[in-house]
Design a protein around this ligand. Structure first.
Ligand SMILES: NC(=O)C1=CN([C@@H]2O[C@H](COP(=O)(O)OP(=O)(O)OC[C@H]3O[C@@H](n4cnc5c(N)ncnc54)[C@H](OP(=O)(O)O)[C@@H]3O)[C@@H](O)[C@H]2O)C=CC1
Ligand SMILES: Nc1nc(=O)c2c([nH]1)NC[C@@H]1CN(c3ccc(C(=O)N[C@@H](CCC(=O)O)C(=O)O)cc3)C=[N+]21
Length: 307
């Protein structure tokens, strides 16, 4: 049976490491990293995530401000709030929860965020930097995937990674991150021909499509490491549950390791958001940068000891 890769525990460890650095920054530099999270509308699932982000930020000693705007908020009001947060020296990270109501253009919102405070890594400057192999802020979910992979596999160089999905939030930035780790990367999507065959070539298989149970055991090479990013809510009331893109029953008989849903990539996403906020705060104050520019670099401390 496949080893389960425990994202919940690893996320806690990363938050603890971030908390230590936050404490050090607070006491030696008088800098308290600040995170602002904006939610537009009343989607219950988004409310849960936004609350959790705020809670975890406070738990690691950061300042956290949550702005909840009504679903009918005009775009210019949201842009005005972002401008205010861009100018606020106590705010180092800004996250606007997606999706947004349809009358708001997500592109305009993402462009409005100061790239230095863009802890989601969605601003074109950060997207370009990552694509070019540079050091801009990278999106949190793919960062979480790479951390989980590195914790289980160690060195990632030379491994063939197949990524299912090419979204801006997960698939595309993950391809850039894994290239940076010297993987051989294949990105598959809804137009890929013979998906099962492509998947069977993977040493590392990442499913980020939003199709419950799409990946079956016979799509997986024996011993492969499988990361399940998908989160779909099924059922109501007592029957409510979260399911991933991987059919865990059949895949766990073939794979070497598998991330669970829940308890895999999800918790790592929030921990990486806090880590990005720490990095952003260091950079904005001209302080030495966290050394773990590469999330796969588990040999390095989180921040240079001589920082
Ligand atoms: N754990 C976490 O922190 C996060 C989890 N998620 C979850 O990850 C999943 C994906 O999210 P996201 O990337 O935003 O989704 P999108 O809907 O933006 O993208 C889905 C991608 O999957 C591809 N795809 C869809 N169906 C198939 C199929 N049958 N075969 C092959 N490829 C397919 C699409 O192809 P095409 O481009 O051709 O349309 C597209 O590239 C969702 O379940 C989401 O809830 C997302 C973000 C964070
Ligand atoms: N600007 C923006 N940035 C995001 O990073 C972003 C976003 N918008 N919109 C929505 C997606 C989704 N996302 C998740 C975060 C945590 C869990 C998570 O913690 N999941 C837990 C369970 C959660 C539960 O129980 O509901 C787990 O998988 O164990 C899941 C999904 C971030 N996203």
């Amino acid at each position: 049976m496949a080893t389960l890769i425990d994202g919940k525990t690893q996320a806690r460890e990363l938050r603890d490491a971030v908390a230590g650095e936050v404490q050090r920054l607070t006491h030696t530099q008088d800098v308290v990293p600040g995170l602002a999270v904006i939610l537009v509308g009343e989607d219950p699932a988004s409310q849960v995530y936004v609350r959790r982000k705020g809670q975890h930020a406070r738990e690691v000693g950061m300042r956290s401000v949550e702005h909840t705007l009504s679903a009918s908020t005009p775009q210019r009001e949201l842009l005005a709030l972002i401008a205010e947060l861009n100018a606020d020296p106590g705010v180092h990270g800004i996250l606007v929860q997606l999706p947004l109501p349809t009358h708001i253009d997500p592109e305009a919102v993402i462009h409005a965020i100061d790239p230095a405070k863009d802890v989601d890594g969605f601003h074109p400057l950060n997207v370009g930097s990552l694509a070019a192999g540079g050091k801009g802020l990278a999106p949190c979910t793919p960062l979480g995937c790479v951390r989980l992979l590195a914790s289980h596999l160690g060195e990632l160089a030379g491994r063939h990674a197949v990524i299912l999905g090419r979204s801006r939030i997960v698939g595309r930035p993950l391809a850039s991150l894994l290239l940076r780790e010297d993987c051989t990367v294949t990105v598959a999507h809804s137009r890929t021909v013979n998906l099962a065959k492509v998947c069977r070539q993977a040493d590392i298989l990442v499913a980020a499509v939003g199709q419950p149970g799409l990946v079956q055991g016979d799509w997986v090479k024996a011993g492969a490491t499988v990361i399940d990013v998908g989160i779909t809510r099924l059922g109501d009331g007592e029957e409510r549950r979260l399911v991933g893109d991987v059919d865990a029953a059949s895949v766990s008989r073939v794979a070497g390791a598998l991330t669970p849903v829940p308890g895999g990539v999800g918790p790592m996403t929030i921990a990486c958001l806090l880590h990005n906020t720490l990095i952003a705060a260091c950079r904005q104050h001209g302080l030495p940068e966290p050394s773990a520019a590469s999330p796969a670099d588990t040999s390095q401390p989180l921040v240079h000891p001589h920082a």
